[in-house]
Design a protein around this ligand. Structure first.
Ligand SMILES: Cc1ncc(COP(=O)(O)O)c(C=O)c1O
Length: 414
């Protein structure tokens, strides 16, 4: 009896989604005990205080107001020219580096990661990220026959661990010529950490040191999926200025996503923004990534692109979107603030949170902690080394008391 007809590279693959699993358990509990009794901290989307998915009102108005042809038609493979221009402005704001910069439309931030892996590493190569990371990074690497390795994100003092980063990068470049680094900041998923400007300087110095060997190339993918929930617009983008005048063999790619920034997760729209001192490298960036788009998904949702460009070109609309989003940011910060203060009181150790959709509690047995929390009808996501709490999805009234319950669950099982 045959049990598989898959090609050798596909055989045996299946996507385990522990986030989906944890959410399913919460949904079951809601059906049994009612919504008010259940705390569902598994959802990676902004929910309001009634636990309803937020769509920024101006985004809804502009999207619904587009002519139907602008919604249903194809877009150019690399994206609408208006979108390409606007997305660069929105990603950098006033912090645009001195460099050649080009954007191409992608299927969200995920599409950026996909293209970066495919086009900037060899089959069999290893990609480097921090040990706390968004799970799909591994799937994206492995599906494309690459491996993922990690550096320790924090040292014993909970500071960003540049030594570990340097050690891993150096040894990676002893084995391969291209090093693709995925750095998710600011408002990192799952910890909420943002790399400081000073840490960025040091991180780039380490990359420049490696790039002194002209045979080596460093491709630095800054995954900025949460940038619009990271704090003051210019301050949380100031690091981008440091991408000015880098050596030719360092290419920076920004992974921009409309999922969170415009609350249009399912519209699948984002942008891959290349930054280089070398015109030819940026021409190559446009050519090869456009080619991969054609070969992967063809073109990207035209309506979402038009919506972004329409908002960006109208000062009043843009100011409205910024204000509405800022309200969401402040809501999340308030929720995280309650948890953080109560965690301190309960002696519960958290990873350093600055901003973002999630915070994380390191744990020896995350699965057991999460299962124990089910007794209190609290649902969170067990990660490899910790428990992820989606503060983006839980109203403040349900956050109150949660840290103490997490501390108690940890004491009970660890
Ligand atoms: C760290 C990180 N990067 C990228 C993404 C990409 O999201 P999307 O493909 O929806 O833009 C996400 C979404 O959850 C994320 O958490």
């Amino acid at each position: 009896m045959i049990t598989s007809v898959a090609a050798s590279h596909a055989k045996g693959k299946f996507a385990t989604d522990n986030i989906f699993g944890a959410n399913a358990a919460a949904v079951q509990a809601v059906a049994k005990y009612g919504k008010d009794s259940v705390t569902n901290a598994t959802i990676g989307a902004l929910l309001d205080d009634n636990e309803v998915l937020v769509c920024l009102p101006t985004v809804e108005k502009v999207l619904r107001g587009l002519p139907i042809q602008e919604i249903i038609n194809y877009a150019p493979i690399a994206g609408l020219p208006d979108f390409q221009e606007s997305v660069i402005d929105l990603a950098f704001a006033e912090q645009k580096p001195e460099a050649y910069v080009k954007a191409i439309a992608t299927s969200g931030g995920s599409g950026v990661i996909h293209h970066a892996i495919w086009n900037y590493t060899e089959i069999g190569d290893t990609v480097l990220t921090s040990d706390w990371f968004w799970g799909p990074y591994r799937v994206l690497c492995e599906d494309k026959l690459r491996k993922l390795d990690t550096f320790s994100m924090f040292d014993e003092q909970q500071r960003f661990n540049l030594n570990s980063f340097q050690t891993k990068l150096t040894s990676l470049l002893e084995k391969q010529n291209n090093a693709l680094l995925i750095i998710n900041t600011p408002a990192h998923n799952p910890t909420g950490y943002s790399i400081s400007d000073d840490e960025w300087t040091q991180l780039l110095d380490i990359c420049k040191e490696s790039a002194k060997n002209p045979d080596k190339r460093v491709i630095l993918l800054a995954d900025i999926a949460y940038i619009d929930f990271a704090g003051e617009k210019q301050a949380c983008r100031a690091f981008m200025r440091q991408f000015s005048n880098l050596p030719d063999n360092i290419l920076v790619i920004l992974g921009y996503s409309m999922s969170k920034s415009f609350t249009v997760y399912g519209q699948r729209c984002g942008a891959m923004i290349g930054v280089s001192s070398n015109k030819d490298i940026i021409k190559e960036f446009e050519d090869i990534n456009q080619y991969t788009s054609r070969a992967t998904w063809s073109n990207i949702n035209r309506g979402a692109q038009r919506m972004l460009a329409t908002i960006h070109k109208d000062q009043a609309l843009l100011a409205q979107v910024d204000a509405e989003r800022d309200q969401g940011y402040r809501t999340i910060q308030e929720r995280a603030g309650i948890f953080t203060a109560e965690a301190k009181q309960a002696n519960l150790k958290m990873l350093p949170f600055i901003a973002g959709y999630f915070l994380t509690i390191p744990a020896k047995n995350p699965e057991a902690v999460c299962n124990k929390l089910h007794d209190d009808l609290i649902f969170a996501v067990p990660l490899g080394k910790g428990v992820r709490i989606a503060v983006c999805a839980v109203p403040s009234r349900k956050i109150k008391g949660m840290a103490a319950k997490v501390a108690a669950a940890m004491a009970a099982v660890e």
